[in-house]
Design a protein around this ligand. Structure first.
Ligand SMILES: NC(=O)c1ccc[n+]([C@@H]2O[C@H](COP(=O)([O-])OP(=O)(O)OC[C@H]3O[C@@H](n4cnc5c(N)ncnc54)[C@H](O)[C@@H]3O)[C@@H](O)[C@H]2O)c1
Length: 269
């Protein structure tokens, strides 16, 4: 017997990393899971009961996917807003990484550097908008359609949003940090508004987690990041999935509007 037997879930960004671990965990606990991802091949490979191509930044795509999951499973109980991106074209990352490399070179050669490493002044409107579209418009579109379906069905449920420690620390790029702080506001507002419909809304704020996005980060950054975490390591995706599963379960039946911090004690909310 699993704790999600008879329940149906949708997970966005489910093709890899934390999203895939969430699919695996909810499925292992008995849920039927629809994996929504831009990359349909990765969504299929997640082992979910249903794989759907979906761009969370596009409300029509979200509506179609949420309705398809409900049609396939006959109900929906859990929605996990996990899809997220850290950078986009024209967002100043190129200049940021270029300056960082130059500064590191100078530091290695002479022990000092005047290079300023920044991103904001290089960020174009499109770069800002692209990250906000996925990280904050996406959870709004998904939560809205999920709530519509549950309202039609008269069903209770649970929404879990994936924030980040960066919302607390401020570490990261302007659009990413802003979006991960905004999703906490969305969590708190929806928790209050949807409570009369018996839909709980919570967030998980992971610290650095060992997913494919970490592959592009230089080794020395990873080492210094890990050294700054009191537990001395990054999270495994399954540890973030366990936090999500708790919030989705009846064990969290009185937990609503909360942010569950899973960051090895790096920061406190
Ligand atoms: N990895 C970390 O250290 C870390 C830390 C804190 C928070 N997070 C958050 O956790 C979530 C997952 O992170 P991850 O490291 O597993 O990322 P990842 O890049 O490994 O996986 C993200 C998945 O989302 C999909 N995706 C991207 N844009 C999409 C879109 N528009 N529509 C649908 N799917 C889309 C990708 O195809 C990919 O399968 C993100 O919201 C991220 O901000 C990650």
């Amino acid at each position: 017997m699993g704790r999600f037997d008879g329940k149906a879930a949708i997970v966005t960004g489910a093709g890899r990393g934390i999203g895939r671990a969430i699919v695996e965990r909810l499925t292992a606990d008995g849920a039927k899971v629809a994996a929504l991802d831009m990359n349909i091949e990765d969504a299929k490979a997640s082992g979910a009961a249903l794989a759907l191509q979906c761009n969370v930044a596009d409300s029509a795509s979200v509506i179609a996917a949420v309705r398809a999951a409900r049609a396939a499973f006959g109900r929906l109980d859990i929605a996990v807003n996990n899809a997220g991106i850290g950078q986009a074209a024209k967002d100043g990352s190129e200049q940021f990484y270029g300056a960082m490399a130059k500064r590191n070179e100078e530091l290695a050669a002479t022990g000092q550097s005047d290079v300023i490493v920044d991103q904001l002044i290089h960020m174009e409107d499109d770069g800002w908008a692209a990250v906000m579209a996925v990280n904050i418009n996406g959870p709004f579109y998904v939560s809205r359609e999920f709530a519509r379906v549950l309202a039609e069905d008269g069903n209770a449920g649970s929404i879990i949003n994936i924030s980040s420690t960066s919302a607390q620390s401020g570490e990261g790029s302007p659009h990413y940090v802003t979006s991960k702080a905004a999703i906490i506001g969305l969590t708190r507002q929806l928790a209050r508004e949807l409570a009369p419909r018996k839909i709980r809304v919570n967030a998980v704020a992971p610290g650095p987690t060992n997913t494919p996005v970490m592959a592009g980060i230089p080794d020395e950054w990873i080492k210094s990041m890990e050294a700054s975490i009191p537990l001395g390591r990054m999270a495994n995706p399954s540890e973030i999935a366990a936090a999500v599963a708790y919030l989705a379960s009846d064990d969290a039946s009185f937990v609503n509007g909360s942010v569950l911090v899973a960051n090895g004690a790096s920061y406190y909310f």
